[in-house]
Design a protein around this ligand. Structure first.
Ligand SMILES: Cc1cc2nc3c(=O)[nH]c(=O)nc-3n(C[C@H](O)[C@H](O)[C@H](O)COP(=O)(O)OP(=O)(O)OC[C@H]3O[C@@H](n4cnc5c(N)ncnc54)[C@H](O)[C@@H]3O)c2cc1C
Ligand code: SF4
Length: 568
């Protein structure tokens, strides 16, 4: 049954009314909620606020680096330290290392541009920060519904956004309601704020419907594949931050890595691959595994019996897209009845690989605009005060300085290093020129016949791993009996185009092994078909971004499904 048929038979849906509905309980959504309640308390009024979060609890779907710039958090909750925020490990040292296959060259610190400096910042497990923000929001009276995915935008008759509807629960794989069927519910707001993070499912629909990206550069993304390790105390340098560029990426492919020493002998490490790569044989997951075998990285993870150093233990795995287009790709952030904040809009500063401070700041600005509008008796119109305040903010200034950063990488690592050095170090972000991009990431993929296959080393199960054992430790799960949330516009495209022309890139770019080409027994011979192991999906959104024909569409599965990250 289609959703329309279900609604015709079981509807209408029940609804709940709020002043502000927020979709997504990450840093952006929770900052919006907290700021709204703070303003109401300051003015002696009340504002009803609800946050929908598709993860089983706040933080369960959060995956980040992360080094956190506390500037926006301090504006939101000045006494965050006294309130026990989990920002406990200040950065003590920064290193930027250019890797060749066997060695690494550390850039002298005096040559590092300001965007690579992290004095005053903290190494955090963003999932824990999100959990703490959710506690602060609840203490102020925000209603948080974890395990509820907003599956659909609901519109007023005049076309403005009325709110959202949660997905139906208990629909079987075949689309028919089961014995546990429960119709979704509508949440209506005077304003609805979308804070779904990178490549938000509803945000994407709103951008298309209201043409919010008209006149902007196409958005561009990276895929971050990350692990959390517990290492031997002898190799642990709390607060030490290392970024690497170069190997294993070639000069033409954007990619870089991070390794941050948390407290408690933990390190968080990961590799970010620009999703504008062109070789369909590239596998971001395997690039990350290969990167760990570099002498500068394995040093922290391997044991050394002669020195009494124990091998490190991998305790977490996950992956997530980041929105990297910056100011040039930033869509209009408001539309009648709502706004986009954080990475749903694309506020991440790619030169600093930081977006959590931007998500908090933009959540606050949207909240201030919504609060004033509601206090003035308005609803359902455009919150134009929000983008106006953004343009006057420190965040705009910060993003403007790094507006060309990722675009330089389309000219190769060497040119990008020189030009970004010139822009960030010599000109301090005050460059008179602006670079533009003209096509989306998926359009950069070349036919396999024009590219070299890449041979990746086999995993050893100690330092390097396969996808399935990795997904296992992400705690990912989806109720089996539900319609696939990875939908195909045309079921013939994966074999006839993706496999035939691009050698099936989805089996390589998916970091969770969701897509597999297997023998098609119904056809016999060498025929193949695409098998979609949807239950493994870690919600990174890469397939929605990189599928060469944009045939794969990610839609929200039942709430509560997906990864169950702990402090990622
Ligand atoms: C590998 C990697 C490294 C990074 N490193 C850093 C770093 O060092 N420093 C830094 O500051 N930033 C870093 N970032 C970026 C940072 O994580 C993001 O900028 C930040 O998390 C954005 O916050 P957000 O609230 O906009 O979105 P998110 O944190 O993505 O939160 C969105 C929330 O919305 C929920 N959601 C989505 N859709 C729905 C729906 N339809 N219904 C209900 N809930 C929904 C999601 O489950 C999620 O909890 C990194 C990102 C990655 C991937
Ligand atoms: S199926 Fe898509 S969203 Fe899910 S893990 Fe794979 S690439 Fe990411």
């Amino acid at each position: 049954m289609t959703n329309e048929e279900i609604l015709a038979q079981y509807g209408p849906r029940e609804s709940m009314e709020y002043d502000v509905v927020i979709v997504g309980g990450g840093p952006g959504g929770l900052a919006t909620a907290i700021r709204l309640k703070q303003l109401a308390a300051e003015k002696g009024s009340d504002v009803s606020v609800v946050v929908l979060e598709k993860g089983s609890e706040p933080g369960a779907h959060t995956l980040s680096g992360a080094i956190m710039d506390p500037r926006a958090l301090t504006e939101l909750i000045p006494d965050w330290k006294a309130k026990g925020a989990p920002l406990t490990q200040p950065v003590t040292e920064d290193a930027m290392v250019f890797l060749s296959e066997k060695s690494g060259l550390r850039t002298p610190n005096w040559l590092l541009p300001p965007c690579f400096h992290n004095e005053g910042n903290y190494i955090v497990q963003l999932g824990f920060v999100v959990k703490w923000l959710a506690e602060q929001a609840e203490a102020l009276g925000v209603e948080i519904f974890p395990g509820f995915a907003a599956a659909e935008v609901v519109y007023n008759e005049d076309g403005s956004v009325k709110g959202v509807a949660t997905g139906n629960m208990g629909v079987g794989k075949n689309g028919e309601p089961t014995g546990e069927f429960q119709l979704g519910m509508e949440l209506h707001g005077k304003y609805t704020i979308f804070a779904e993070g990178s490549r938000g499912n509803l945000g994407k629909q709103l951008i298309a419907r209201f043409k919010l990206d008209e006149g902007k550069d196409p958005q561009t993304y990276g895929l971050g594949v990350k692990e959390l390790w517990e290492i031997d105390p002898q190799r642990h340098q709390p607060g030490f931050v290392m970024h690497t560029a170069g190997w294993p990426m070639n000069n033409d492919t954007y990619g870089g890595a991070f390794l941050y020493h948390l407290d408690d002998n933990k390190v968080t490490l990961g590799f970010i691959t620009g999703l504008d790569y062109s070789n369909p044989y590239l596998s971001p997951f395997e690039e990350m595994q290969r990167w760990k075998t570099h002498p500068n990285i394995r040093y922290y993870l391997e044991g050394d019996e002669s020195k009494g150093i124990k091998p490190a233990k991998r305790i977490g795995y996950g992956a997530r897209a980041i929105t990297a287009g910056g100011l040039m790709s930033l869509p209009k952030t408001v539309f009648p009845g709502g706004a986009l904040v954080g990475c749903d809009a694309g506020f991440l500063n790619v030169s600093r690989i930081k977006g959590s401070h931007a998500a908090i700041k933009t959540g606050m600005l949207a909240a201030e605009a919504a609060f004033d509008a509601i206090a003035a008796g308005r609803q359902g119109d455009e919150l134009s005060a929000y983008p106006a305040a953004f343009e006057k903010s420190w965040l705009y200034e910060e993003l403007n300085k790094s507006r060309n950063f990722k675009s330089w990488f389309k000219k190769g690592l060497v040119t990008a290093s020189i030009m970004n050095g010139l822009e960030q170090f010599v000109l301090r972000g005050n460059m008179p020129w602006t670079l533009h991009r003209d096509k989306p990431d998926h359009a950069y993929l070349k036919p396999a016949s024009e590219c070299e296959p890449i041979q990746y080393p086999k995993p050893d199960g100690k330092l390097t791993f396969d996808r399935l054992s990795s997904v296992f430790i992400s705690g990912t799960n989806h109720a089996e009996d539900q319609p696939a949330h990875l939908t195909l516009k045309d079921a013939s495209v994966p074999v006839q185009i993706n496999l035939a022309k691009y050698a099936g890139p989805e089996q390589r770019y998916c970091p969770a092994g969701v897509y597999e080409f297997v023998a098609d027994e119904s056809q016999g011979g060498d025929a193949q078909r695409l098998q979609i192991n949807a239950q493994n999906c870690v919600h990174c959104k890469t397939c929605d971004i990189k599928d060469p024909t944009q045939n794969i569409v990610w839609v929200t599965p039942e709430g509560g499904g997906g990864p169950n990250y702990t402090g990622m």
